[in-house]
Design a protein around this ligand. Structure first.
Ligand code: PHE
Length: 343
């Protein structure tokens, strides 16, 4: 029996050496040390047939074998746990020396914003403030304060979105209401521009959109004349389309200016010779302008005996379309990435 015990020990230790994972280790533990059917347990069943002396001797040996096997198994268990931990650490480790991957794509500016930023820089360099105004506007600022009384046919010039249950609110049809807001707030002298969104209830097509941008401007001071206005408009035109650009001003009625003009610039495609873009006229329309009507100045709290001024309103959306050769205005508000990623 002593021989058998020794042999069992050797066999078990040998088997332990070739164990590769936790599962195999558990199997081996059951096989040799298991309480039911384990080889050592089975072997010790033979103890009862021995003499008392032999029992003591063999019992002692059996205990030694058991302890050394248990120790060997638990050492192996520890070894496996260590390997497991190391594996986890390796998986979770972070190589902080690895250079960062470049982001897949950066955002970029909408073509409208590019032109708006450019014009804001241009006007601030001439001492203009850049202002904002509400897009949901009162009828008073959008029309009445601009010398367009209720029921005046001029209200029909602009197809207006009215707000349900709020008869005196509109989505502003132009940026001109900010002329009055700015004069009321800052008084004279004043130099300001307002780039912003406007809304009209249009049937949309390649040239018409319900949402578009304008860039309004106002100059108020002593002795401001039509010549100042012409000078400013000319420099904007040259800034946008090059030093050889000329401007053309045709009389046009706007209730809030007198005199009022329609502003055109030399067609930059044909240099004024006539082409498809300018419909053979040689000119491209980019906005309206005029000397601010005394009624508007008075409504805004400006002393008309001391100060005069001019105002202009560019179709900012139109400037963008001309600059980039965009033929369908609807693309600008479409959120179409194929279109937008070109800028
Ligand atoms: N607000 C006018 C429009 O939307 C443009 C304009 C602005 C005309 C300022 C004259 C002076 O058509």
């Amino acid at each position: 029996m002593q021989e058998k015990l020794k042999q069992l020990k050797t066999e078990a230790l040998l088997a332990l050496k070739s164990i590769k994972d936790k599962a195999q280790l558990e199997e081996l533990e059951v096989r040799f040390l298991g309480r039911k059917g384990g080889e050592l347990t089975e072997l010790l069943k033979g103890l009862k047939d021995l003499s008392d002396d032999a029992k003591r001797e063999v019992g002692q040996l059996a205990n030694e074998v058991k302890t050394s096997l248990e120790e060997a198994v638990s050492a192996k268990k520890k070894e496996f746990s260590k390997i497991e931990m190391a594996g986890l650490l390796e998986k979770e480790s972070l190589d902080i020396s690895q250079p960062a991957l470049p982001p897949k794509s950066f955002g970029h500016l909408h073509p409208n914003t590019i032109i708006q930023n450019d014009l804001e820089d241009f006007f601030t360099s001439m001492g203009f403030m850049v202002l904002d105004g509400p897009e949901l506007e009162s009828e008073y600022y959008n029309f009445s304060a601009l010398n367009i009384p209720p029921d005046h046919p001029a209200r029909d010039m602009q197809d207006t979105f009215y707000i349900k249950n709020h008869t005196d609110w509109v989505m502003r049809t132009h940026t001109s209401p900010v002329q009055v807001r700015a004069m009321q707030k800052y008084g004279a002298p004043l130099r300001m521009i307002v780039p912003g969104k406007c809304f009209r209830n249009e049937a949309t097509d390649v040239r018409h959109e319900h949402t578009f941008y304008q860039l309004e401007g106002v100059v108020i001071d002593k002795d401001i004349s039509f010549a100042h206005m012409k000078g400013v408009l000319e420099s904007v035109a040259k800034h946008l389309y090059g030093p050889d650009t000329k401007i053309n001003m045709r009389p046009k009625f706007y209730p809030f200016v007198e005199p009022g003009v329609n502003l055109e610039v030399t067609c930059f495609v044909c240099q004024g010779k006539g082409c498809r873009l300018c419909k053979q006229s040689g000119w491209l329309e980019i906005g309206g302008a005029g000397m601010i009507h005394p009624n508007v100045l008075r409504e805004s709290g400006i002393d008309t005996k001391v100060n005069q001024g001019f105002a202009f309103g560019f179709g900012l959306t139109r400037l963008v379309m001309l600059k980039y050769g965009i033929e369908d205005v609807r693309l600008l508000e479409s959120g179409n990435m194929k279109f937008l990623e070109q800028f």
